[in-house]
Design a protein around this ligand. Structure first.
Ligand code: 2IP
Ligand code: CA
Ligand code: CA
Length: 377
C-alpha cells in the first residue's frame, strides 16, 4: 500500500508541475488566457487548449500508475477521455509516448503545429518531480490486505478549472479559508475498493499554494489512507473548538436559497462561507477550516469526491449522500461509494454524486446539520 501511495504522490506532483508549467511558460500561458476574440478557428482552439491541460494530466497519471500497477490498468478512470478533437475537427488520441520527442510530436498535432508549446508540455510530462516521499516517514505500517487487482482509481486532473484559468493569486493566511483564486485548483487522485466502493486512499495536490522568494509557485500535498483498521493521514486532526462555538459551513455560491437559509440559522450568517471548487471545499473540512460542506444537488462527480473522501475517513469523518441522509435516522450510514455507475443516466452523469453530498469530520456536526436541514421548508 505504501508503494501505491508513493507512486500516487509522485504522479500528483508531476501533474502539479504540468499545471504550473502551463501558467509559467509564456507560450503555454498565452494559449491558456488568450481573450476569446478573433476568428472562429481561434476561439475554438483556445477552448481546446483549456481541455488539453486536463486531458494531458489525466492521461499522464493513467500512464504512469498503469505502468507500475498493470493489474489496475482498466480501472483508472477520470473526468476526461483521452480522445481529443481539436477545433479543426481532427481527432487525436493523447498518449504518453516512450520518449519526450515522440510525446512532443503527438502533442504538436493536437496543438495545431505549435512546436514550442508542444515541446514545453512534453518536457514537463517526462520530467521527474522533486522527491516528495519524505512525508511518508512517520506513517507506520500501511499494509492492507488488498492487491492492486482489487482496487480502482478516480482522477480529477484539475478541479476548479475556472479558478485555474482565471488565475487570481492569493496569499493564503494560515487557518483561514480563502474563497476563490488559484489555490482552489487541485489535482485529485482517489483509490477505492472495487468490491464495496469504499474510498481507501487519497492524494490531493494543490499546485499553487505559495510563491517562493524567486516568484515561482510552490505546491502542497495531502494524503490519507483508511482501510481495515489502518488509518493514516498527512493532516492532523484539528483541535476541538471551544465549548459553545457554532458550526461553520462552506457552500457553493449556487446553492439553493432554502439550504443557505437553513444553514445560516443553524450556524449564524457569519459562519456560512461560499468557496469555489468542490475539492477545495472538502479540503477546507479536512483542514478544519469548516465543519461541513453541504451540496444539495448532483453537480459533483466520483472524481471530485473520491480522494478527499479517503482523507476524511482517515480522520474519522466522511461524505454522505445529502438526499439519503435526510431520510434516515442514521445519516452516517449514507456514505458515498465509488464502484457503481447509475446506468439510467448517460455519459458523465452515470458517475454523478446525484443526491448531493455532506462532507464532515465530526459525526455530531453531521447529525446537527441533518436535523436542521430536515426542518427546512
Ligand atoms: C467542478 C468544480 C466547480 C464545482 C463543480 C465541480 O469541477 O469543482 O468549482 O462547482 O461542482 O464539478 P462549485 O465551485 O460551484 O462547487 P471542474 O472544475 O473539474 O469542472
Ligand atoms: Ca471537478
Ligand atoms: Ca476537472
Amino acid at each position: 500500500m505504501a508503494a501505491l501511495l508513493k507512486v500516487l504522490l509522485r504522479v500528483a506532483e508531476k501533474a502539479a508541475n504540468v499545471a504550473r508549467v502551463c501558467r509559467q511558460e509564456a507560450p503555454l500561458f498565452e494559449l491558456l488566457v488568450q481573450e476569446k476574440t478573433g476568428d472562429d478557428k481561434n476561439k475554438k482552439f483556445v477552448q481546446d487548449f483549456k481541455t488539453l491541460a486536463d486531458v494531458v494530466i489525466q492521461e499522464m497519471i493513467r500512464h504512469y500508475v498503469g505502468a507500475e500497477f498493470p493489474e489496475m490498468g482498466g480501472f483508472i478512470q477520470g473526468e476526461e477521455s483521452n480522445k481529443f478533437e481539436n477545433g479543426l475537427g481532427e481527432s487525436v488520441v493523447v498518449t504518453v509516448c516512450a520518449s519526450e520527442t515522440e510525446t512532443a510530436a503527438l502533442l504538436e498535432a493536437v496543438l495545431d503545429g505549435d512546436s514550442t508549446a508542444a515541446a514545453l508540455l512534453a518536457k514537463a510530462i517526462h520530467q521527474d518531480p522533486a522527491a516528495v516521499d519524505n512525508t511518508l516517514q512517520n506513517t507506520g505500517d500501511l499494509s492492507i490486505p488488498h492487491s492492486p487487482s482489487e482496487l480502482g482509481i478516480w482522477i480529477d486532473p484539475i478541479d476548479a478549472t475556472s479558478q485555474y484559468i482565471e488565475g487570481r493569486e492569493m496569499v493564503l493566511e494560515e487557518g483561514h479559508l480563502s474563497p476563490s483564486g488559484l489555490h482552489c485548483a487541485l489535482v485529485l487522485i482517489g483509490v477505492y475498493l472495487r468490491s464495496t466502493g469504499e474510498p481507501i486512499m487519497g492524494v490531493i495536490n494543490q499546485p499553487f499554494n505559495y510563491k517562493d522568494p524567486s516568484g515561482r509557485w510552490q505546491g502542497k500535498h495531502f494524503w490519507g489512507v483508511s482501510c481495515e483498521g489502518v488509518r493514516a493521514c498527512s493532516v492532523s486532526l484539528p483541535e476541538s473548538p471551544a465549548e459553545g462555538t457554532g458550526l461553520r459551513a462552506v457552500l457553493s455560491s449556487s446553492e439553493k436559497p432554502a439550504v443557505k437559509k437553513a444553514l445560516a440559522s443553524l450556524c449564524g450568517p457569519d459562519n456560512v462561507t461560499y468557496a469555489s471548487g468542490a475539492g477545495y471545499k472538502i479540503l477546507c473540512v479536512i483542514l478544519g477550516l469548516a465543519d461541513l460542506y453541504v451540496l444539495s444537488e448532483g453537480s459533483t462527480f466520483k472524481w471530485d469526491s473520491c480522494a478527499p473522501h479517503a482523507l476524511l475517513r482517515a480522520l474519522g469523518g466522511g461524505i454522505v449522500d445529502y438526499t439519503e441522509s435526510l431520510g434516515t435516522p442514521e445519516p452516517r450510514g449514507a456514505q458515498l461509494t465509488y464502484h457503481q455507475p447509475r446506468t439510467q443516466n448517460k455519459g458523465a452523469d452515470c458517475w454523478a454524486n446525484q443526491g448531493g453530498l455532506v462532507a464532515y469530520l465530526d459525526c455530531k456536526a453531521l447529525g446537527t446539520a441533518i436535523e436542521a436541514l430536515n426542518l427546512k421548508p
